[in-house]
Structures are given as C-alpha cells and as structure tokens.
Write a protein that binds this ligand. Sequence first.
Ligand SMILES: [Zn+2]
Length: 430
Amino acid sequence: MALLLKNARVIDPQVELDTVCDVLVRDGRIVEVGQDLAMEKGETVDLTGKVLVPGLVDMHVHLREPGYEQKEDIASGTRAAAHGGFTAVCAMPNTAPVIDNAVGVEYVKARAAQVGKCRVIVSGACTKGLEGEILAEMGDMHAHGVKAFTDDGHGVQDAGMMRRVMEYASQFDCVVMPHCQDDSLVGEGQVNEGTCSTRLGMFGWPAEGEELEIMRDIALCRLTGCPLHIQHITTARGLQLVRDAKAEGLPVTCEVTPHHLFLTEDDIDDTYPTALKVNPPLRTAADARALIEGVADGTVDAIVTDHAPHTDWEKDREFELAPFGMIGLETALSLVLTNLVKPGVIDYGRMVDLMAVRPRAILREEPVRLEAGSIADLTVIDPDAAWTVARADFLSKAGNSGFIGAELVGRATEVYVGGYATLKDGVIVE
Ligand SMILES: [Zn+2]
C-alpha cells in the first residue's frame, strides 16, 4: 500500500528538517522525503497549510482495562488518543487485576491489537498488586516485551524495596518510572498544602510529600545505575532536583502534564470543581512558571497527559469523596500549541522532542524519524484550527477535563500508524 503526503510543512529536529515537502510511504515505512515526489498508484493526500511531525506518543495514560471499563477501555481510550493526535500511548498498570505478570501484559497487548486505534506500549508494575511489599514478576514481564516499570498511583514507600526494583530493572536496561508520593506526609491530602488547603478547609498534599521521594529515588539511581523517569513532576524544587541530577550525569528524566503547566491551585474555587482534583495536586502559580521554564530549557523531557478517566457519578460527589485524576488525550496537543508554541515559548521542533522523540527514547521504543526507512507513524496538525473544548466532542468515555470551555488553536487532523490512517479530517477511520 502506498501513500503520498504532499505539501505539508515537515518538521523533525532529529534530522534537522523543517521545510515544505512530500513524504512517500510504502508498506508501513517511509521510502522518501523530498520535493515533488510522485508515485504510480496509491493514495495521495494534499496537506497544504498543515504541519507533519513524527507520530506523537503519550507515555502516561490510564486505559482502565481490564477491570474499570465503566471509566474507559482500550477501544475508547485509543480512539481518544488518535483523536488527540497520538500514534502510541503507554498504558499504566493500575488496572484490576494489576498488570504485574506476563498474563496481564499479554491481555492488554491482545486487546490493543484487536480494538486499538493506536499502538499500546504496556508498562508493568514494580510490586505485586502495587502494594509495595513483594517484587512483581518483572523478569517475566520483560520477556513479554515490557521495558518500563511503575507503581503509578502509589509511591513505593520502602526505600529498600525501591532499591531492589531498580537493581532488578537495571539488569534489563529497563526504566523505572516512580509516582513520587510519601504516604506519611500526604495522608488524606486533597489539594496543595498551603493557601489552597487553608482557603478551602481541606487536608493538604504538601510539596515535600513529592520532593522527598524524588530526592530518594535520585539517590537510588546513583546507587543502582538504573534509568529513572520521574512521573508528573509538579514543583519547582522537584524539578531543580532533576536538573541537578542531570548535571551530575545521572540517567534521570522527567515528565509534566498540561494541567500542571496551565492550571494552578488558584483555579480551585469555592465551587469545589472535582475535575481539578488530581494527584499530585495542582500547585502554585510559581511552580507552574518553573515547570514551563523547565519545558523551555530542556530539563523536562516529556509532556504527558496522565489521562485518568472517571465516570460522572464518581466525580459528581463531594470533593473529598471524588477520585483523583483528569482526562487529557484530546486536549494535550492543542494546549501545548496554544500556550507554548504559538506564543514562542518553544518551537515546533522542541514540541516534537517533548511529545514524540524523548518519550520513545525513554520507553526504549524504535525511533520514528522523517527519513527513508523509518516506521510511518505520523501526526498531521492544522496549526490554525480554532476550536472550543466541549465534552460532547470527546471520544473518551469520560468527561472529567479541567479544560472544558477553553478556546484553543491548532489540532491534529490526520494520524497514521504504520502507514494506515487512524484519523482523517479529524474523524476516526473505522
Ligand atoms: Zn501517578
């Protein structure tokens, strides 16, 4: 099958490319990138005015299957991903049952192959049942293709256990991706501890509850040599710890979410909006500014959604009773384009780095480059498409977004996975 994508602005910092040209794809791979390409037969798509980049990867997504299909499943979650411009997502293991052995890994892979609209990279738990007590079957999961381990949703409380996880993972050159949360400090914390928790009269989730585990895990990275990827970093001091670790030469990377970049604790008003209840919590405006600086200066490696779907009946409760998390797959790219690329905080090349290049490298996936021979996982963006975020447009089963009503500019219109269209003119290809 041949596919000729014509006249897009083709951007890939890996091959120092930013020019209007054509991309020819055959049998799932790019065969040529250049001017005025032609082919005998196949499908030609005119992408004049659009931007074509290596397929986006969201390395932090909750697809909720198996076990929580009322919130989301692999079919709906991957449709939401394609709708948002992604060619691959990394699924978190906090399902029911937890993905802590090879059977669970094979289940997710099989479902994704059956019903997925994008690639699904499976991450495995560090500890059995995410309980922090017994090592998960990491070696077996690795034999079944897992290259990233996380107890996301929970911090591994015991430093000795975390050391064993990292020693074990480092044998396979796998990455360990901690959700940094010290339970003894966080307890029943609902929102950032400080002005916000005082104003709303709720238990606080202190910055130190996150920063102490970041500090500890960086120390364990130094001890074990295991590649460490800090999930959803939210504070200025936490980010500085990562900056210092990188300067020291440690294999440490980190990610941020659009909600921690573009929302703050000040957005949680006295209507107690449960869509803004996330873990870790929305922090101060100064923290958000520091994270944006980290995105611009290269300290932040990846922008991820932490797409965390919940049903309406779970979120439509008192703030303290509502579960943590918000969805993000269908708004992330547009939020980044609107708030970072358009104002010139970062350029398209850096966006590609944050949302495609670095996530693949951290997850040890084959790189996608806009040159001959590469896998044809591609995202096409209409940079001028203005739209308003509306719940009715989500393909996710859930609506718990903190950005409903936001006016954004730029969105994905076409997505190709292995040369096959999963999104055309903004509509899922069935
Ligand atoms: Zn998490």
